[in-house]
Design a protein around this ligand. Structure first.
Ligand code: DGL
Length: 272
């Protein structure tokens, strides 16, 4: 029987756990490594050079831990560093943007709306990179991109069902829909945002603007699973977690986001 593959999943913080959560049932026989680069979060407010440096050092760490595939479970790192990661690593590297756009294109073609517009919520760095705009344009879609810089800190604080977060979401969506009133597909272009899906759905209902929500995390997990041969195993799932800051907080909040214990977490120092 083939040995189970070791799949590394990486994000600046908890957000990539939304990808790991989707991967676990899709590739149950794999060994997983998860790195949250919490000491250097948020990536979304940083420059391309800095994001690429952080992503490369995180990937080098995971490679040294035995990664055989890397899932870049961060839209910001996918938008600004995927080419560098793919060039530098001797293993398959999957980003979240292409799978997310493919899912958006499928949703737009299914919807009855004549609009080929999608609304992408993302970090400031992802929006500035225009990665979604390019990827959508290649599929005949127009992407309206809205930077939502307050959402990642709110999620990292665990405020996923909090009135302040609901108000921030309402303001961002109202502003975005003024610019993109025809959009019927909403792309969650940050892996932290699936944790806000219930608030987003409620707010869209309140604004009387129903949208199909595309989660780039689950689209990326499906893309990764398509590259891994099926393995039948009775072994319990094996996950090792690493964080670059506060392992206690990572374990406590991470368990909420993953829906299972995030333990043990090892503290790693990836430098500045
Ligand atoms: N989860 C990351 C993403 O998908 C962003 C978090 C950050 O800004 O560090 O873009």
């Amino acid at each position: 029987m083939a040995a189970p593959p070791t799949i590394a999943v990486f994000d600046s913080g908890f957000g990539g756990l939304t990808v790991l959560r989707e991967l676990l049932p899709l590739i149950p026989g794999a060994r997983y490594l998860y790195l949250g680069d919490t000491a250097r979060l948020p990536y979304g407010a940083k420059s391309q050079t800095t994001i690429a440096r952080y992503a490369l050092s995180s990937a080098a760490f995971l490679l040294a831990e035995g990664a055989q595939m890397l899932v870049v479970a961060c839209n910001t790192a996918s938008a600004l560093a995927l080419d560098e990661l793919q060039a530098a690593l001797p293993i398959p590297v999957i980003g979240v943007i292409e799978p997310g756009t493919q899912a958006a294109a499928a949703s737009a073609s299914r919807s009855n709306s004549a609009s080929a517009s999608v609304l992408v919520l993302a970090t400031a760095a992802t929006v500035t990179s225009k990665a979604y705009a390019r990827s959508c344009a290649a599929r005949g879609l127009h992407a309206f991109e809205k930077a939502c810089p307050l959402l990642v800190p709110l999620v990292e604080e665990g405020w996923i069902n909090h009135p302040v977060t609901a108000e921030v979401v309402r303001i961002y969506l109202t502003e975005a829909l003024e610019v993109a009133p025809d959009a019927r597909t909403l792309v969650l272009g940050c892996t932290h945002y699936p944790l806000l899906k219930p608030i987003l759905e409620r707010t869209l209902a309140d604004l009387d603007h129903p949208m199909y929500i595309v989660d780039s995390a689950s689209a990326a997990a499906r893309a990764a699973s398509s590259l891994v041969p099926r393995i039948s195993t009775n072994e319990p799932v094996s996950c090792r977690f690493f964080a670059t800051d506060s392992i206690e907080k990572f374990s406590r909040l991470g368990a909420k986001f993953l829906g299972r214990p995030v333990d043990p977490v090892t503290l790693v120092d990836l430098g500045e």
